[in-house]
Design a binder for this molecule. Structure first.
Ligand code: AMP
Length: 448
């Protein structure tokens, strides 16, 4: 069944208990988001759910609220009855935060299980008994191997950001984990995109899932102003410091290619008087958590990150993303700029493009089927060896972005789907470019 709900529902009509409603209202939420309005009743009814929803749509509360209610209704067993699998440590921490926030009036216990931190406290917590485990696949399997986790009582399995888990190579781990769970259980799967592997995976373990799909969160192409600054490689750091200071930018997420590059850039920015730090895989989990916390609290102007480290950073209204190094894979550009413009806010994505970066930018423009406006900042023109100091930034648009063509409907979900009358069936999709297609669809850029 394909459900699309455009009518505004109230939280009170979804079947949630009073204590959950209280926790929700304490968050200041007045109306459920479309994914919440559709997912909550389905989960409460005990059905499997396959949901097309991206980060930023409110999907976490969409599954957390009803599962808290179901678990509580079924007692207070302190055995693992719900397993939530997520791709990254950061996302695990965020999801558990939601479990805690919404479940503050429920006596249910949750923990996170992820790598990069000492396993012993997790073993200790597991021994004490928990109801909900939010885990990344690798560390969960470490616990399975060490026999420190008991998954025999799992009633609800959630796969969150399933497409990202597959992108990160977790498919075999996920299959193994599913094989360890009781056959009789409820399955919820959330994914931003539905490439073939996701459809196949869903078909292997879900039972007659109800499929829901919400309009894509406002896509980067719609919301994020994109601009490229032409600049020599050696002047990129000065230009970045100049942009941050002269525009008084706050909460700037900057991408570099390498971990060393991230460290170096953060140090150079600090020297130029910009509060900056780096986050990447070589930092310990406590360090990463600390840096993220400072960034979220607006104590850091700039967070320099590598692509992997930046996954799972969800900050409302992150206003600026800077590509200090352009990604080698054009699709990563779409992921990166998707860090901004969340929750309906607008953002700006700035790319610093030196001569050698131009083919990369051309590939990105080709993927998106649109041009990214070029600007040259006075004093940082390519080929100039010295900056012209203390000049106000002058923007010289080289050419305007092409007007956008309308979007097509998102890809249909697997399973029985009925379309509203008059909606044309989606065109068959050529196979060869499928990988590119799902990313372009994600960016709202797919045109058929
Ligand atoms: P998510 O897609 O689950 O990562 O949620 C994105 C953001 O939306 C989070 O910061 C939530 O706190 C927020 N949010 C979730 N549900 C609502 C709601 N009903 N009203 C307003 N904000 C919400």
């Amino acid at each position: 069944m394909f459900r699309r709900n455009t009518i505004t529902t109230s939280f009170n009509t979804l079947g949630l208990s009073a204590d959950l409603l209280r926790a929700v209202s304490e968050q200041g939420y007045t109306v459920p988001t479309p994914i919440q309005a559709q997912a909550i009743p389905v989960v409460l009814a005990g059905k499997d759910l396959l949901a097309a929803a991206q980060t930023g749509t409110g999907k976490t509360a969409g599954f957390t609220l009803p599962l808290l209610q179901l678990l509580h209704q079924r007692g207070n067993a302190k055995t693992i009855r719900c397993l939530i699998l997520v791709p990254t440590r950061e996302l695990a921490a965020q999801v558990q935060e939601s479990v805690r926030t919404y479940g503050k009036y429920k006596p249910l216990r949750s923990i996170t299980v992820f790598g990069g931190v000492n396993i012993n406290p997790q073993i200790h917590d597991l021994r004490r008994g928990v109801d909900i485990v939010v885990a990344t696949p690798g560390r969960l399997l470490d616990h399975v191997q060490q026999k420190t986790i008991d998954l025999r009582h799992v009633e609800i399995l959630v796969l969150d950001e399933a497409d990202r888990m597959l992108d990160m190579g977790f498919i075999h781990d996920i299959r193994r984990i599913i094989g360890l769970l009781p056959k009789q259980r409820q399955n919820l799967m959330f994914s931003a995109t539905f490439p073939e592997e996701i459809r196949k995976l869903a078909a292997t373990f879900m039972r007659h899932p109800v499929t829901v799909e919400v309009a894509r969160r406002n896509t980067p192409a719609e919301l994020v102003a994109q601009v490229q600054h032409q600049v020599d490689q050696s002047r990129k750091k000065d230009l970045l410091a100049h942009l941050v200071k002269s525009n008084d930018w706050r909460q700037v997420l900057v991408f570099t290619k390498t971990k060393r590059g991230a460290n170096r850039l953060a140090e150079q920015l600090e020297k130029s008087g910009v509060e900056a730090d780096a986050i990447h895989g070589n930092k310990s989990q406590p360090q990463r958590t600390r840096v993220l916390k400072r960034f979220k609290a607006n104590e850091l102007q700039v967070l320099v990150a590598t692509d992997i480290a930046a996954r799972g950073i969800d900050i409302d209204e992150l206003p600026h993303v800077v590509n200090f190094d352009l990604p080698h894979v054009p699709e990563d550009y779409v992921h990166r700029i998707g860090r901004t413009g969340r929750a309906g806010s607008s953002g700006e994505a700035v790319s610093l493009v030196c001569h050698d970066d131009r083919p990369l930018m051309a590939a990105i423009e080709k993927l998106m089927n649109r041009r990214v406006e070029q600007r040259i900042i006075a004093g940082f023109e390519p080929g100039r060896s010295q900056p012209r100091q203390h000049q106000p930034a002058k923007h010289q648009p080289r050419h305007q972005p092409r007007p956008q063509r309308p979007h097509h409907a998102p890809q249909p979900l697997p399973g029985p789907v009925s379309r509203p009358t008059g909606t044309p069936a989606p065109a068959p999709r050529p196979k060869q470019a499928s990988e590119h297609r799902h990313l372009r669809a994600q960016a709202g850029l797919l045109r058929e």
